[in-house]
Design a protein. Structure first.
Lengths: 92, 134
């Protein structure tokens, strides 16, 4: 079973600054600034490797971070909805 | 006595220690958007227009990935016959249908061109307004 495939803009479209646990993102194409909390920056980082659905994103994140053994994709899907609503990701 | 600091140092010094990431609850929101002043103009968004390409690139064709290329470049599309309206662009960017009179492949190239618009380029304010969450 696979869900919607998401993609992010090229890395050059977003400038990011780490702010003590949060990350400020300036999205040049929209001119908007977003402050995001984990795991949103990690989702964007995972999409930097190319488009993927929530399951692929979760697997990429698990390659880099320790996550709960039984972590499902629900939280990832909810974050993708938010990131899509503000224009940081879109459906491929 | 100094167990705490020593432990911290040990953890940081270990390159194999991976960061722990809590995915959190699905309901816990993680994005806050700072709206720039132009968000105030969003009222008339759907009536704004985006020329493809902008007048500064007049005559150029649009490649499938949205970059500007010389006319006649294989795989490129002629400029849009008229400026696209905000409403049309909004539909197009969400994977909806192509605007009337424009075939779907050209529309895809135009959508990619619009996604690449930067501040200062013709149509950028219109595009940015379309992105505003409501």
């Amino acid at each position: 079973m696979s869900g919607a495939i998401y993609m992010a803009d090229d890395a050059g479209a977003v400038r990011s600054v780490e702010l003590d646990g949060l990350v400020a993102l300036f999205h040049a194409p929209s001119g908007m600034t977003h402050i995001v909390a984990p795991p949103a920056p990690q989702i964007l980082e995972a999409l930097g490797q190319g488009p993927g659905d929530a399951r692929a994103i979760l697997s990429r994140i698990a390659d880099l971070y320790e996550i709960e053994e039984d972590a499902g994709t629900e939280a990832i899907e909810a974050r993708l909805d938010e990131l899509e609503a503000v224009g940081l990701v879109r459906r491929a | 006595m100094s167990d705490g600091p020593d432990q911290d140092k040990g953890a940081l010094a270990n390159p194999n220690r991976r960061m722990v990431l809590a995915l959190g609850a699905a309901a816990a929101s993680t994005v806050v958007t700072i709206r720039p002043a132009l968000a105030q103009t969003a009222g008339s968004v759907l009536n704004c227009e985006i020329p493809v390409p902008g007048p500064q690139a007049g005559g150029n064709h649009i490649a499938a990935d949205g970059t500007l290329v010389a006319p006649g470049t294989p795989g490129s599309y002629a400029p849009a016959p008229r400026p696209l309206t905000g409403e049309e662009v909004k539909v197009m960017l969400r994977g909806g249908g192509a605007p009337p009179g424009i075939d779907s492949e050209s529309a895809q190239a135009y959508a990619n061109y619009i996604r690449r618009l930067q501040s200062g380029m013709s149509g950028f304010t219109c595009y940015a307004s379309l992105q505003m969450p409501r």
